[in-house]
Design a protein around this ligand. Sequence first.
Ligand code: CS2
Ligand code: MG
Length: 402
Amino acid sequence: MKITDIKVIVCSPGRNFVTVKIMTDQGLYGVGDATLNGREKAVVAYLEEHVIPCLIGRDASRIEEIWNYLYRGAYWRRGPVTMCAIAGIDTALWDIKAKAANMPLYQLLGGASREHVLAYTHAQGTDIAECVDAVGARLGEGFKAVRCQTGIPGLRDVYGTGKYSVTTNAAQDAMPREESWSTPKYLSYVPGLFDRVRAEFGEDVHLLHDTHHRLTPIEAARLGKDLEPYRLFWLEDSVAAEHQEGFRLIRQHTTTPLAVGEVFNTIWDARLLIEEQLIDYIRMTVVHAGGVSAMRRVMDFAAVYNVRTGCHGAMDMSPICLGANLHLDLWAPNFGIQEYSGYLPEIEEVFPHAWSLSEGMLHPGDAIGHGVDIDEKLAKKYPYQRAYLPVNRLEDGTPWHW
Ligand code: CS2
Ligand code: MG
């Protein structure tokens, strides 16, 4: 089966997405997500200028060979742009292979290890009271696991709260907007959020929290200890995870489960964290990790060390990435949980999908391939518009982790 053409489709139904579509001489095609939030056009250029010309005419069935041709062959390996580009190609090739085998992707991976995939979703508020109400609303929708994020008194536009709780292309993102941060104010306020949520909803709800890379190891250790009474499912990205060794200090002080990895793009980024069991969940996801081939390796490696999966699934990962994740989630023996922050209606129209959500549980569906497509005609109605992720500063103006 030969690759005859490869398209890169950029569209913006509420936010930007980059989609790879691979056509073959047997009439089968596959699609893959290659979206890198805030740097989409860098991936488009990498694909169009450097990857696609090398792939036309190659055998579409040789997924592993093509993955290594693109990873090792580039010489300048790793990094978010490279790995998103490889992910788009790899995911599309797995889609084709599963279609050619006339089965859903999870069957090709080894079949289902469970009946469905536990999801967690987002609840946020500009203060604790608003967040508690949002948690109640999400539980009312049937979710069993909820990520809780609150604004901090005295700080404006804290990550993931208020009108900026959803990463969209709204006009305010046309240039990087600025947010403010104070670790002391955050550390004093957040335990009170979980005290209220537990008091309101009891012990049976899975509660998660995302610090979004903003603490030092000892600050994260203190927060982990302060949150222990509230039995979190996980505390995510407590420290900027390039500093893998920093998690040894956190581990010495707290039993709060730790999750890291959404910004990682190769297994090497997570090696120490997984080998030393410094984390409990690996957050890597198909689109940023280099595709299905790479994500399967990460999941298998994590399984050896009792680390479970917790694939990233915010709205800036397209429904194609979510679909591919769900096939891996259904198969993986060490599955943990799948993030699902939901999609705007126009996104679901552009990306018709076989995956489904019911009572807080997801399933990839049994369509052949990964079960997600792109409606190219509809996609054209939503042209790309440059948009940035915010920039975060401490109160004294120091640029900080967003
Ligand atoms: C967040 C993401 O969902 C999460 O865990 O960290 O929403 C993240 O902010 C975005 O994916 C960045 O594009
Ligand atoms: Mg996160």
